[in-house]
Design a protein around this ligand. Structure first.
Ligand SMILES: NC(=O)c1ccc[n+]([C@@H]2O[C@H](COP(=O)([O-])OP(=O)(O)OC[C@H]3O[C@@H](n4cnc5c(N)ncnc54)[C@H](OP(=O)(O)O)[C@@H]3O)[C@@H](O)[C@H]2O)c1
Length: 290
């Protein structure tokens, strides 16, 4: 039976990809650096491959004899420097391993705005990844997800006290999607057999604003929640305050500016795919974990 490789299985989207494939009776090989963290996947019938995504050797072993693979670039610890260089090392490892095996299809988690070569902060590494992966003969599906609804998770403890911190205007609506939708979409795409590289852009059911998030939280928490808008030019300072390196913090400054200015936009707005998970479902799931 064909086997499917899933990276990032201990994370937001990889866990959903693996579960969706297992639920549909597929054979799955999950990747983690720490096999102890994957015990629950073993119990569900998956094979576990100890794999660091920056190691070409690990990745070659992980891919050998498999049908298709879900890959992503993990975020780095806050104090990381040379962020784009570290991502490049991981991208090179993926390209080398995919090119060295006969895996038939790769779904790579990219981002809205990955078409731009500048001005998008951390999304630039996904731009770099798309450029490198495009050189492969193996068809790659670039799944460009928008802003994860899960990005609101750190704001929830304060929201319980009535204030939703945001750097973006309260009424600005932008595309946001649940990790569950991304994982399910990726799993379905993985089972397809594209003949060439393609881009799939994924949004949630509707664009939402901080005011919308506050309204939904007010309902879920049964208490009044209001957006507290911090100045946009203080993103980098706030991120360094949370332990981010100045370089990484500056990248987040650029990201939030790109959302505010509309630079972080779809390349093919006419063909954006919309997921099903509502903001309310995603926020309720996050609150249940607090
Ligand atoms: N947040 C957003 O709004 C947004 C929007 C669009 C795209 N994206 C992209 O989504 C991706 C993240 O996806 P996600 O949230 O599903 O991932 P995640 O939850 O952060 O999980 C990533 C996993 O990668 C694994 N990993 C393997 N090798 C690693 C290494 N050398 N260093 C660090 N981690 C390693 C880790 O698992 P082990 O510890 O088990 O090894 C980790 O659990 C990023 O590329 C991000 O740019 C994010």
């Amino acid at each position: 039976m064909a086997e499917y490789v899933v990276a990032g299985v201990t994370g937001h989207t990889g866990s959903v990809v693996a579960q969706t494939l297992l639920d549909s009776g597929r054979k799955v090989r999950v990747l983690t650096r720490d096999p102890h963290k994957a015990e629950r996947w073993k119990k569900r019938g998956a094979h576990v491959g100890q794999t660091d995504l920056s190691s070409p050797h690990d990745l070659l072993n992980a891919l050998r004899g498999t049908e298709a693979a879900y890959f992503l670039l993990p975020p780095y610890p806050p104090n990381t420097t040379s962020v784009r260089g570290k991502a490049k090392k991981m991208i090179d490892a993926m390209v080398q391993a995919i090119g060295g095996t006969d895996v038939k299809h790769v779904v790579f988690l990219s981002s809205i705005g990955a078409q731009h070569a500048d001005g998008t902060g951390p999304v630039l590494s996904l731009h770099d990844a798309e450029q490198e992966l495009k050189t492969l003969k193996t068809p790659v599906t670039f799944l460009r997800a928008c802003y994860f609804m899960e990005n609101w998770a750190p704001a929830l403890p304060d929201a319980k006290e009535g204030l939703l911190n945001t750097f973006l205007p309260a009424e600005l609506k932008w595309a946001q999607v649940a990790a569950h939708d991304i994982g399910q979409t990726a799993a379905h795409l993985l089972l397809e057999h594209p003949k060439q590289h393609r881009v799939v852009e994924l949004a949630g059911p509707e664009d939402v604003s901080p005011a919308d998030v506050a309204r939904v939280l007010s309902k879920l928490l049964e208490t009044e929640v209001e957006p507290l808008v911090e100045p946009l030019d203080q993103v980098a300072e706030a991120f360094t305050g949370m332990g981010f390196s100045p370089e990484y913090a500056a990248m987040y400054q650029h990201l939030y500016e790109a959302i505010a200015s509309g630079r972080l936009r779809w390349e093919h707005p006419e063909s954006v795919v919309r997921g099903k998970d509502t903001l309310e479902q995603a926020l309720a799931a996050m609150l249940a974990k607090l």
